[in-house]
Design a protein around this ligand. Structure first.
Ligand SMILES: *[C@@H]1O[C@H](CO)[C@@H](O)[C@H](O)[C@H]1NC(C)=O
Ligand SMILES: *[C@@H]1O[C@H](CO)[C@@H](O)[C@H](O)[C@H]1NC(C)=O
Length: 226
């Protein structure tokens, strides 16, 4: 048993050390990470459902680990280049409050997807985050979330496999939006209030054209039989 005074001195010294020296990032709990990853998966799959021929994706442990490592690199300011399908989201917070990892992954995936609304044309290299979210081949997802020790900055990293944005395949691999773009990009719907039903209001969705079809067919039938 070390001398009580020694323990006191050691503890005191540790408390005096800057937090950054002790750890590079302030970890979220395993439960927070699980929830955050499921939330990211949920939003990726909601947006993928809005595009024709786009299968849902699943979480992958290896991709999660790689994405987590990358998120921590970004927090410590030492990102190394990567060739995998990667989306990155960074947010700074002014007021002092805790980051909610689940809220941050929701914000990240929505920010990536809603490039669709802010980038007018899609030449090479633009709206790459949007395209990666809905790239039909990318069916495996990894999510990493890291914050700095002072809890003022958060980074969310998404790893997509197989990667998207292959040149020359944009038309083939990004399915047509099933609803009207102006419905989901309506300035009245803030990104926070978008839900999985938002896309239903568009003219391309059966909920709007089906009733008209029923009326037309029924009218035709009535005319034929009278
Ligand atoms: C959730 O994230 C949004 C940005 O996506 C932010 O404006 C909001 O303050 C966050 N809420 C909480 C409780 O952290
Ligand atoms: C927003 O809503 C108001 C009223 O509900 C409407 O007059 C306006 O045109 C809408 N703006 C957009 C961009 O759709």
């Amino acid at each position: 048993m070390p001398h009580p005074n020694l323990i006191f001195i050691l503890t005191f010294t540790l408390l005096l050390l800057p937090h950054d020296v002790l750890n590079q990032s302030k970890p979220f709990t395993p439960q927070e990470m699980r929830d955050a990853r499921l939330e990211a998966l949920k939003w990726n799959n909601i947006f993928r459902k809005w595009h024709n021929g786009t299968p849902t994706m699943t979480l992958n442990d290896e991709l999660n680990d790689a994405a987590q490592q990358r998120a921590e690199y970004f927090i410590s300011g030492k990102p190394i280049p990567t060739t995998i399908g990667e989306n990155v989201y960074k947010r700074l917070k002014e007021r002092r409050a805790w980051f909610d990892a689940k809220n941050e992954t929701e914000g990240a995936v929505k920010t990536w997807y809603f490039e669709l609304c802010t980038v007018k044309k899609f030449p090479f290299g633009e709206a790459g985050k949007f395209r990666q979210v809905v790239w039909s081949d990318s069916v495996k997802l990894g999510i990493g979330v890291a914050r700095n020790p002072s809890d003022s900055e958060v980074v969310v990293v998404g790893h997509y496999f197989p990667h998207g944005n292959t040149k020359g395949q944009f038309k083939k691999k990004v399915g047509k939006l099933r609803c009207r773009k102006d419905v989901i990009c309506n300035g009245n719907i803030s990104q926070e209030h978008v839900d999985e039903h938002t896309c239903r209001g568009g003219i391309n969705s059966p909920s709007t054209w089906l009733p008209h079809l029923v009326v037309v067919v029924t009218t035709y039938y009535i005319i034929r039989t009278t």
